[in-house]
Design a protein around this ligand. Structure first.
Ligand code: NDP
Length: 411
């Protein structure tokens, strides 16, 4: 019972360290183990003679004893492939022992998990640029993780890293594709958004393919999202007239008042076509395509001669079960591209522009530090909430870059 008393005294500090807003002070004893329950999540520790709180862990060997003793690895695996929109049944929550790293490996604990639209493609077997997640496998995803145990020469316990750990608490890595984040990074989760893949996508797609010129009109869809918000702000920095398209009044207001766009049109408004035409009196020179569907239909007649379309994503179609109803519109669409000499270029960010990542990081860090780029995150707490949050992303429920807080870093 001495251990319990000590623990109760330490729980508020422990909760704060783990970044939990609410703490359910439920302590469950078994013969040898103690489970501390935070919200719906739990951490289990052996009741050994001394209790070492997380924030007092001094060295790797203590950490190793704690983490390898009795804890579990919570995972979310692909249970089945969606037909149409994903449902919670397509995911399964599993608990596995924490994997043990061998020489040359390290144990990573997930702090932030990025949720991104491309994951819908990985749930499907349809041919794509990357292989699908197998049924029963952990869902893929980029993470900001903390090195908990290192048997790797290039990484030390406590390092914050960018990795591909997926939808789980822990992963073992041999260091391939893992990047150390600067210790001074105030918001490590930004490495999953404005300073990472989505920001890079916006930067390269707009500047390499869109090539906006001062005074031109740039239209971007999914305008308040991870990619779109950065596209519009870079276009403003280049002197363009920027019109966003977003879902709902709240997002549209934010695009103008917070992100600094010239206008934003709600794609849920039945008058979308007319409103977009009013907002683009000189037509559209660059359309950054994130969406497709009705938004693309509204854009098509407004495209100027020699306009450019960075074809980044088509999220309105990711849940399609069959070809859209109605006549074949290919001739009209291609005819417009031909007559107006539109340049349309699809791209997969790291496949096509990976070598430019350093240049992007330098420029974006400068803009960001100077306050020229604003950034909004939508943080969901708890790995168990990832499936619902992801389903919501495909329905426009996120407002800003969607990130799951899985754990908290130990300072
Ligand atoms: P977002 O943060 O923008 O979230 C997705 C947004 O898409 C939703 O919030 C919603 O915004 C919008 N949306 C969803 N369904 C629809 C619909 N039916 N019609 C119109 N809008 C819809 O995601 P990202 O910024 O991460 O991604 C944006 C796009 O960029 C995606 O298509 C993604 O696949 C693509 N992408 C492509 C990459 C590449 O290498 N080519 C790399 C990264 C992303 P709202 O409520 O405003 O409509």
């Amino acid at each position: 019972m001495r251990g319990a008393k000590l623990l109760e005294a330490q729980l508020p500090a422990l909760a704060e360290k783990r970044g939990r807003r609410k703490l359910t002070t439920r302590i469950i004893f078994s013969v040898q183990a103690l489970r501390i329950q935070f919200d719906n999540r739990s951490v289990i520790h052996n009741l050994s003679s001394t209790w070492v709180p997380f924030h007092e862990i001094q060295d790797e060997s203590q950490m190793e004893t704690l983490s390898m003793s009795n804890s579990e690895n919570q995972q979310i695996v692909l249970a089945s492939r969606p037909i149409g929109a994903p449902t919670p049944d397509n995911f399964r929550f599993e608990t596995q022992p924490i994997p043990a790293p061998v020489q040359g490996q390290m144990l990573l604990r997930t702090i932030y998990l990025s949720l991104d639209p491309y994951m819908r493609g990985r749930m499907s077997e349809a041919p794509s640029y990357a292989p699908p997640v197998a049924i029963g496998d952990v869902m893929v995803g980029s993470t900001v993780s903390q090195v908990e145990i290192s048997h790797h020469p290039d990484f030390a316990a406590g390092d914050m890293v960018l990795s591909q750990s997926g939808w789980q608490d822990y992963a073992v890595s041999d260091g391939k594709g893992v990047f150390r984040l600067g210790a001074q990074m105030k918001h490590p989760s930004y490495a999953l958004g404005v300073l990472g893949m989505p920001g890079f996508t916006a930067y390269m797609g707009l500047l390499e393919i869109g090539q906006p010129v001062a005074g031109e009109t740039v239209v971007v869809a999914a305008a308040t999202g991870a990619v779109g918000s950065v596209v519009g702000q870079i276009a403003k920095l280049k002197g363009s007239h920027v019109v966003g398209i977003a879902g709902g009044e709240r997002k549209c207001r934010s695009a103008v008042e917070y992100l600094g766009f010239d206008a934003c049109i709600d794609h849920q408004d039945p008058a979308l076509k007319g409103l977009l035409a009013q907002a683009c009196p000189k037509g559209i020179d660059v359309y950054f395509e994130n969406v497709g569907g009705a938004v693309f239909e509204a854009v098509l007649p407004l495209l100027n001669t020699r306009s450019r379309i960075p074809l980044c994503g088509l999220i309105a179609h990711y849940n399609d079960r069959e070809a859209p109803q109605g006549g074949d519109r290919t001739a009209q669409v291609m005819g417009t591209f031909l007559k107006r000499r539109v340049r349309v270029q699809g791209f997969i960010i790291f496949d096509d522009y990976g070598s430019h990542f350093g240049e992007f990081q330098k420029q974006m860090s400068e803009w960001f530090t100077a306050g020229k780029i604003k950034y909004r995150e939508d943080i969901v707490e708890g790995l168990e909430r990832a499936p619902d949050a992801f389903i919501g992303l495909l329905q426009g429920k996120n407002f800003g870059k969607l990130v799951v807080q899985v754990g908290a870093a130990i300072k």
